[in-house]
Design a binder for this molecule. Structure first.
Ligand code: GLV
Ligand code: GLV
Length: 326
């Protein structure tokens, strides 16, 4: 009989049809948000799961689901997985890298430009009927072209941001990462390696593209914001929790930095109430990878991982391949 798969959230009907060719599928096309107990209950008779970044797979869920062999995440980030616990339980984890890189880098730039040039703030002003005259400093922001771009986290998406900045906008690009890029990639990205502190002190625009882990929790807090230029902008397209949102709201209110653009939030979909009341922040609901072709590609990659795993034990993008060896 076919392996049993749970699709934990609503997804394109084409993806369900594709899964149904290979698996017995339970879906959630009404897109209910399940509690952890409900998720565990739905998963307990399943061999595999198609998950999204909001579906937490941890020790408790794993303990309730002894049949489970694989969770295929439709996201590049996988902080919803307790990877060590999954490995210990012999459950394979896969993510969806690469297919979203350029789309997400595009959005990083969209958010950077909207933030530096005050696009949404000025639109709110216009819609509110407040535009009745030209004035010399109305919504005067900061320049993108020719400025210094600091990329914190230089994975594939960070490299995409760096290339756009260097080649498209003539920006001087500096970056910090746990490990340095090889020399050829530094040349391709026109990016120079600096310490995190130098990046924060010298960049005109700081873009965060690092994965979330306990080690990257509050990478940007009050102390780091204080190092930044008062004219600087901060963009977070990585994960909530990398920025201390309360400290950021205070820094924006106090003009410690000029502006921020945020696609991700601590405790999302809740947003820190102080962020909702400061004007100099652009807020988007975790949509950096949200184009139709890219979301389709991410979903298809998760399906490819499930098919590859059950067919011949060869998923495309395993996170804990040690599980396959046992
Ligand atoms: C989105 O946040 C992802 O990790 O793919
Ligand atoms: C992280 O893995 C990235 O793709 O930037």
């Amino acid at each position: 009989s076919k392996p049993k798969i749970l699709v934990a959230r609503a997804i394109f009907p084409e993806i369900i049809s594709r899964l149904e060719q290979h698996f017995e599928v339970e879906t959630n096309q009404s897109d209910a948000i399940w509690s952890k107990a409900e998720l565990a209950d739905k998963l307990k008779d399943k061999d595999g799961a198609f998950t999204t970044g909001g579906d937490r797979i941890d020790v408790e869920v794993l303990a309730a689901c002894p049949r489970l062999k694989i969770c295929a995440n439709m996201a590049v980030g996988y902080n919803n997985f307790d990877l060590d616990a999954m490995t210990a339980a012999g459950v394979l984890a896969t993510n969806a890298p690469d297919v979203l890189t350029e789309t997400t880098a595009d959005f990083g730039f969209a958010l950077l430009m909207a933030t530096a040039r005050r696009v949404t703030e000025s639109e709110h002003f216009l819609r509110a009927g407040k535009w009745n005259k030209w004035s010399f400093d109305m919504f005067a922001g900061s320049d993108i072209h020719g400025s210094t771009l600091g990329v914190l986290g230089m994975g594939r998406i960070g490299q995409g941001i760096a290339k756009r900045g260097a080649h498209g906008f003539g920006m001087k690009v500096i970056y910090h990462n746990r490990s340095r890029l090889d020399a050829a990639m530094e040349v391709e990205c026109k990016a120079s390696y600096v310490s995190k502190e130098e990046l924060l002190r010298t960049a005109d625009h700081v873009v965060l593209v690092l994965p979330y882990s306990p080690a990257s929790h509050h990478t940007i807090g009050a102390a780091e914001l204080a190092m930044m230029k008062p004219t600087a902008t901060l963009v977070n397209i990585a994960r909530g929790g990398i920025v201390d949102d309360a400290a950021l709201a205070k820094a924006l209110r106090d003009k410690t930095i000029a502006a921020a653009g945020l696609d991700v939030f601590e405790g999302e979909p809740k947003v820190h109430p102080d962020l909702l009341t400061v004007p100099n922040v652009v807020l988007t609901p975790h949509i950096a990878s949200a184009t139709v072709p890219t979301r389709m590609a991410m979903a298809n990659l998760a399906v490819d991982n499930l098919i590859g795993f059950f067919k011949d034990g060869k998923p495309l993008t395993p996170l804990n391949p040690a599980v396959l060896a046992t």
